[in-house]
Design a protein around this ligand. Structure first.
Ligand SMILES: N#Cc1cccc(-c2csc(Nc3cc(F)ccc3O)n2)c1
Length: 339
């Protein structure tokens, strides 16, 4: 069995990933394809052996399912040689989008989940990422129902930090939601993950239409009006989604779902923004944040950078007014005030 798995650089992974386009699953699924093993590992902690990196041979899943990502399930895995553990998402080749890797391969930012590499083995692509002990924000929400206002603001602020960086690098995430925000063990740090719906926008500012080509829209309840109307889209679609996530964090349910049945896209296009879903208990500065991010007209909508500033101001207001009631550690309060 020959393999072609190397220790390499993000750019090597980005160009190899483009050859993994889904059409391999058509006529070319010959025997050679089934046993093919190629990829790029970006860290020494994952070690290929004689250019091979195969499941059960060089790495193995440990414990159960961590979660479900876009187009594939996520497992905790262990490298058999080094004992290093990380997260791994297995995607069938025909559902694999090269953008999942090309958009985030070269990205290093404190609020974006680090990529450790990706390997194709037969008809499967496995993507390796840093393990986040705290699980996803979506899982935290399922456990505790909904979040207090300042915790929600803090996670929104960290998500907007990631979006600010990605947008500055012409990357649109495309599926911002609580399930794609992962937490550190103590749940104080949040990182954005899962670039399965990401797109690289051309910096010349011409807005792209996301409903053409192989683009698969993100989560319906979080889709911006311009996407459901098939209009040209830009980074502002992520800002809209981040405020849909904020409503989800505060209420414990996705926007629109308490008022309408599926398909929701017609309502998202026709109805005013779901501002009535902002809890009445929210501080005016928090209302202002969500209102600025849920502007239907993208040109009027706040950018990720602008919304992060507003979120930080709201946090400071909230913290000062509520500092006694929230059981935040002093370190956490300092972290929030520093944002
Ligand atoms: N660690 C971890 C962990 C725990 C729970 C959910 C997730 C999760 C949700 S989407 C997600 N995507 C993802 C995970 C990978 F390992 C590699 C590529 C991915 O797109 N992961 C990760």
């Amino acid at each position: 069995l020959k393999g072609n798995v190397i220790l390499g650089e993000p750019r090597n992974l980005a160009c190899l990933a483009k050859t993994w386009k889904g059409d391999g699953s058509s006529s070319k699924a010959c025997l050679q394809e089934i046993n093919e093993n190629e990829g790029v590992l970006l860290t020494e902690k994952l070690k290929a052996v004689d250019y091979e990196y195969r499941e059960e041979v060089h790495w193995t899943k440990c414990q159960g399912l961590l979660g479900t990502g876009s187009f594939g399930e996520v497992y905790k895995m262990e490298d058999k040689q080094t004992g290093f553990q990380c997260a791994a998402k297995k995607v069938q080749v025909e559902h694999f989008r090269a953008e999942e890797l090309t958009t985030c391969a070269g990205v290093t930012h404190a609020k974006v989940l680090p990529l450790y590499g990706a390997v194709k083995e037969g008809l499967w692509v496995t993507i390796f990422m840093k393990l986040m002990e705290g699980g996803s924000l979506g899982q935290l929400l399922k456990q505790c129902g909904y979040l207090p206002e300042d915790r929600a603001l803090d996670y929104l602020s960290q998500t907007l930090e990631a979006l600010e960086y990605l947008h500055a690098h012409n990357v649109l995430h495309g599926d911002v939601k609580a399930d794609n925000v992962l937490l550190s063990g103590d749940r104080s740090h949040a990182v954005l993950c899962d670039f399965g719906h990401a797109a690289q926008l051309h910096p010349d500012g011409i807005r792209n239409c996301l409903t053409t080509g192989d683009y698969v829209p993100g989560t319906e309840t979080h889709l911006a009006p311009e996407i459901v109307m098939g209009k040209h889209c830009d980074f502002k679609v992520d800002v809209w989604s981040s405020c849909c996530m904020m409503l989800h964090l505060l209420n414990g349910y996705h926007p629109w779902t308490q008022y309408y049945n599926h398909p929701l896209c017609l309502k998202i296009a026709k109805e005013p923004p779901p501002l009535r879903e902002i809890p009445p208990s929210c501080h005016p500065s928090t209302v202002q944040v969500i209102t600025s991010g849920l502007e239907k007209e993208p040109t009027k909508r706040a950018s990720a950078a602008e919304l992060r500033m507003k979120t930080c101001k709201a946090l400071k207001q909230d913290l000062i007014l509520n500092s006694l009631s929230q059981p935040f550690s002093l370190e956490e309060q300092e972290q929030m005030l520093s944002c």
